[in-house]
Design a protein around this ligand. Structure first.
Ligand code: SAM
Length: 254
């Protein structure tokens, strides 16, 4: 996966993201629900996108100083429309001093990063006693699309996501404790395959479909994929599964 391509996709999606981000909002609320009532004085939203979580975090902890970072400039600009200014930065290399935050928050950005580098940076910028709350996507995400594409050509059409355990292992490697993984399977439905693909593009998540995207394939292949997906139709529509993982951990005080 090319980091440049991921950044470009999110940059282009900054104006369409909010209208398409139903699942992202759902996961955001799940993640918020896992946090106990500590009162973090300094919070970082890493991979803040358009800044939806910033308002929620500020309402939950009105006294906290909140910072936001994202590597897509247009996302940072969108997030900056609120009260909290964003910084254009890579989660894998954060421009913050060691021990700068009491809560490191990241909703659905880690699937685009190297888990080791991302968690390493999170552990570095967390102060002793600080809490890490990260959500990501695990293998099995878009499984229906993967199986509809299977064998149509020699390419993979759904990105191979790293196992959720990589996040927990990275937390342990970087000295975080009380590591907890919570798995949740979420499913959305679409009226047709094209609307699922349009939504992924509107979210900037079209890189989940890998470098050979559906628009580039032949008519015959497309028809095969559509027919296979149609065979999976449920009463609510065409299903798309998202395997969500929430990762919680603490930086020890000594
Ligand atoms: C699915 S969106 C989630 C946005 C937001 N956290 C939310 O809950 O709506 C993923 C975000 O992560 C950002 N992102 C992905 N990889 C990143 C990286 N390496 N460094 C900083 N931001 C990154 C993208 O630009 C995008 O805004």
């Amino acid at each position: 996966m090319s980091k440049q391509a991921v950044r470009r996709s999110f940059d282009r999606a900054a104006t369409s993201y909010d209208a398409a981000a139903t699942l992202q909002r759902q996961v955001c609320h799940l993640l918020l629900g896992t946090l106990d009532a500590t009162a973090p004085a300094r919070i970082l939203d890493a991979g803040c996108g358009t800044g939806h979580a910033l308002g929620l975090l500020a309402r939950r902890w009105p006294q906290a100083r909140i910072a936001a970072a994202d590597f897509a400039p247009a996302m940072v600009a969108a997030a900056g429309g609120g009260r909290i200014p964003g910084i254009c930065a890579d989660i894998e290399s954060l421009p913050f001093a060691d021990a700068s935050f009491d809560l490191y928050w990241s909703n659905l950005s880690f699937q685009w990063c190297d888990a080791g580098r991302g968690i390493g940076e999170a552990a570095r910028v967390l102060a002793p006693g600080g809490l890490l709350a990260v959500s990501s996507l695990a293998p099995g995400t878009l499984a229906e699309l993967d199986s509809a594409f299977a064998g149509t050509d020699r390419h993979r059409h759904v990105l191979a996501l790293p196992p959720a355990d990589d996040l927990a292992a990275a937390c342990v490697d970087f000295g975080l404790t009380a590591v907890r993984l919570i798995h949740q399977t979420l499913r959305i439905h679409h009226r047709e395959l094209r609307s699922l693909l349009r939504e992924l593009k509107a979210l900037g998540a079209n890189q989940l479909l890998g470098p050979r995207r559906p628009g580039l394939m032949g008519r015959q292949t497309w028809q095969t994929v559509e027919q296979r997906y149609e065979a999976m139709r449920e009463t609510a529509g065409l299903p798309a599964t998202f395997e969500v993982v929430l990762c919680l951990a603490t930086k020890p005080t000594s």
